[in-house]
Design a protein around this ligand. Structure first.
Ligand SMILES: *Cc1c(COP(=O)(O)O)cnc(C)c1O
Length: 393
């Protein structure tokens, strides 16, 4: 990808930093837009909301805004940021199991497209707050469809035992109470089953579940005009150079063929698939050593404070030494970060060409849930950001 081509210009920049490939980002967003415009089986365009929690970098958000996508947000601060950047309220949906009263009030005042509500109590509170403000709120029900996304347990959200959404146990009661809310406008249903899903059969099965739920609500007199299928499309972390973009055609096809839409508007909330491959974390090797078990350890100047995914989800990121010399031997390394935690390890048995002090080492596919999850743990500074179009000649 980008890093090797512009290696010389990277050399003068203090590590660690995130490098964003703005060209790849643009191509990815353009592809999604074209595929979404093909729309559902009736030719009605799919509505795309970028899940801002994946990466809230302002230049990335501007690229998203320029293409007319909406936003899926999960906090009041995300909502404030996107309104300040000029995203129209009508393209904003708001999910999250625990919205505070202040956050709800903000969303009601802004007149967002939909609160994706995750509990009975949340519906009651939104109704009360909207009533107090003398306003109306558009709501959709986030139903937990109990679909196994076949992904890592820490990024599964749509199974029976999870905290997300309204469960089958309470759905009947929620439907009974819906007509009693005086200040809510029921839009339809929302789902999000998990992340990094690469098997299209999962989405096909998910569509069939949603069809029966939409039917269930319609039978009870609640026509579903809004079906939000969430996000979750995965990227190729194993071979990002070979597959810098997921197959958006196959993804939307799975829904086009399996989701019964009637005249509902179909929404998606893609995060990772939009931004993961356009980012990498560039680091330098600080030290080499051998541990008591005889493993070679390379300490790089990045850590879980800048990129927590390996520590949090056992996530795999491709690692490349940009300073590999001809004839360098490949051998197994533990590649570890600087932070005082044993989980601060990027790879525990990775065969790589020799890593020497000072070599530039990149962790690929770090554009999603990288910068946005970074912290100041160990009093690190937040990671610097470099955009490809600032350094390309
Ligand atoms: C995180 C999240 C998304 C985006 O998930 P990706 O796997 O990054 O596409 C979409 N919708 C909701 C409700 C989310 O919480």
């Amino acid at each position: 990808m980008l890093s090797k081509a512009i290696k010389e210009s990277l050399r003068g920049i203090e590590t660690p930093f995130y490098l964003y490939d703005m060209g790849l980002l643009g191509r990815t967003l353009d592809t999604i837009r074209a595929e979404a415009e093909r729309g559902d089986a009736n030719g009605k365009s799919y509505k795309i909301h970028y899940a801002i929690k994946a990466n809230n970098d302002e230049r990335i958000l501007k690229a998203v805004l320029e293409r007319g996508f909406g936003i899926d947000c999960v906090s009041g601060n995300e909502l404030r940021l996107i309104r300040r950047l000029g995203f129209p309220a009508d393209g904003i949906v708001y999910a999250g199991v625990g919205k505070s009263d202040g956050e709800i009030e903000l969303g009601v005042r802004e007149g967002i497209r939909a609160f994706n509500c995750e509990s009975r109590q949340e519906l009651q509170v939104i109704d009360e707050i909207a009533g107090r403000l003398g306003m109306r709120a558009r709501v959709a029900l986030r139903i937990n469809p109990d679909v196994d996304p076949q992904t890592h347990r820490h990024i599964s959200t749509g199974q029976a035992d999870s905290k997300f959404g309204i469960s089958y146990r309470e759905i009947e009661q929620v439907a009974t109470e819906l007509p009693t809310y005086k200040n809510l406008d029921f839009q339809g249903l929302h789902f999000h089953i998990g992340s990094q899903i690469t098997d299209m059969r999962v989405f096909e099965f998910f569509c069939r579940r949603v069809n029966s739920l939409v039917g269930w609500f319609a039978e009870r007199g609640f026509p579903v005009g809004y079906i939000n299928m969430g996000g979750g499309l995965g990227v190729n972390y194993d071979a990002p150079d070979a597959e810098p973009m997921p197959d958006f055609g196959a993804y939307f096809d799975a829904f086009r063929r399996n989701l019964e839409v009637g005249d509902a508007e179909v929404h998606f909330e893609l995060g990772r698939a939009m931004v993961a491959q356009c980012g990498e974390l560039i680091t330098r090797v600080l030290f080499n050593k051998i541990n008591s078990a005889g493993n070679e350890v390379a300490i790089i100047d990045g850590s879980m404070s800048e990129l927590i995914r390996p520590a949090l989800y056992e996530a795999y990121h491709e690692i490349e030494n940009l300073d590999t010399r001809a004839g360098d031997q490949r051998r197994p390394y533990i590649v570890a970060g600087t932070v005082c935690e044993s989980s601060d390890v990027f790879a525990s048995d990775r065969v790589l060409p020799e890593l020497r002090r000072g070599d530039l080492v990149t962790l690929k596919s770090a554009g999603a849930y990288g910068q946005s999850m970074s912290s100041q743990y160990n009093m690190h500074s937040l990671p610097r950001i470099v955009y490809s179009d600032q350094i390309e000649s």
